[in-house]
Design a protein around this ligand. Structure first.
Ligand code: TXA
Ligand code: MG
Length: 327
């Protein structure tokens, strides 16, 4: 059942006591706690098994609240917020002293985002304080796009889950650093080209892996990973890989033909937005079938327009990370 005013009231009480509440957003569900309370934030790190060097995003319901957690709010932040908030864009800015160091992993910047979901905006308004909100999954696993995904991973006593229905976008927000030169640290459905147009300046890309200091620690290594081995392959390679596989293959694709038994096809939508919205649920379903291999057909993205290209790039980023560690 979708959360109504009574659930929001209970969630506020839980948060005021230093507890943890999972909240819906347009991207993925977040694991929320009072961002100004070090004790509450510590609980989120514990529950997720999150390494302390990976900073958390702070969620706000307004530009005013965002300004209260940062040291400076440059014009570029005003422009980005006016164009994309509420929405799937996190702005990294110098942090104010009210944000505990634990939130930013000891760093001098904080990621801030105003999520586009009525339940969570109402929650933030009722609480009147910002909330940390990493994706509501155990660290390193696939992000949750439905309330059931969160309930399956955490007990009711530990986490009160607000059900806001399935997440519309389905992959995590674009993380844009505005501390220094504008740069996308994590691709999302809002692409660098669009950001560059709105900000009227060049927006760099790439998290700096292998090219200088790592700026977004959560982008390191295996991430978003199912338990079963996962492999990416271009369409023409798919039949051969299936023939050579031991055990059942779960194929995730928007384009493939139905494979012969015992293999299974989980079909995604061929348009970028639909694919992104369904991807994490498909990875979870594939995992639950305990296959020998999860085979993902590499998205066919030739001819996509700018908007779709941005989404496909974000999808490819997540797929590559999911497949990290699997030969
Ligand atoms: O869509 C989203 O952003 C979701 C929903 C719940 O809002 N949240 C989310 O949080 O994906 P999380 O913790 O799973 O991912 C946050 C990412 C990590 O890669 C982290 O390293 C990066 O943002 N990040 C957070 N604060 C940062 C900062 N100050 N500087 C650089 N990167 C930061
Ligand atoms: Mg995450």
């Amino acid at each position: 059942m979708l959360a109504g005013p009574e659930e929001i009231f209970r969630a506020v009480a839980r948060l005021q006591q230093g507890g943890v509440v999972a909240f819906p957003t347009e991207t993925v569900y977040g694991l929320g706690a009072d961002a100004l309370s070090e004790t509450a934030v510590r609980r989120v790190f514990q529950l997720k098994g999150r390494p302390p060097e990976n900073p958390l995003i702070v969620h706000v319901s307004s530009v005013e609240m965002a300004r209260s957690v940062v040291l400076q709010w440059p014009d570029s932040a005003s422009m980005a917020a006016a164009a994309f908030w509420p929405g799937p864009l996190t702005l990294v800015l110098p942090k104010a002293s009210n944000i505990p160091d634990l939130v930013t992993a000891g760093g001098a910047t904080v990621g801030v985002r105003c999520p586009d979901h009525p339940t969570t905006l109402a929650l933030l308004e009722a609480l009147g304080r910002p909330l940390v909100g990493p994706s509501a999954n155990p660290s390193g696993r696939v992000s949750p796009t439905r309330a059931e995904h969160v309930s399956a991973a955490f007990s009711d006593e530990d986490v009160l889950v607000l059900d806001g229905g399935p997440c519309r976008a389905g992959i995590e927000s674009t993380v844009l650093s505005l501390a220094g030169e504008a740069r996308v640290l994590r691709p999302g459905v809002i692409g660098a080209e669009e950001l560059s147009r709105v900000l009227g300046c060049r927006v760099g890309t790439g998290a700096g892996l292998g090219s200088g200091p790592v700026q977004s620690p959560g982008l390191l290594g295996a991430h978003y990973a199912p338990i079963a081995p996962i492999r990416l392959a271009a369409g023409p390679q798919v039949p051969d890989i299936m023939r050579g596989a031991t055990g059942r293959v779960v194929l995730i694709s928007a384009w493939a033909l139905e494979p012969p038994p015992p293999h299974i096809l989980l079909r995604l939508s061929p348009d970028a937005e639909g694919y992104a919205a369904g991807l994490y649920a498909a990875l979870r379903e594939a995992d639950s079938l305990e296959p020998g291999l999860i085979l993902v057909e590499r998205p066919r993205i030739e001819g996509a327009d700018e908007k779709s290209r941005a989404v496909w790039e974000a999808v490819m980023d997540r797929l590559n990370r999911a497949a990290t560690g699997t030969p």
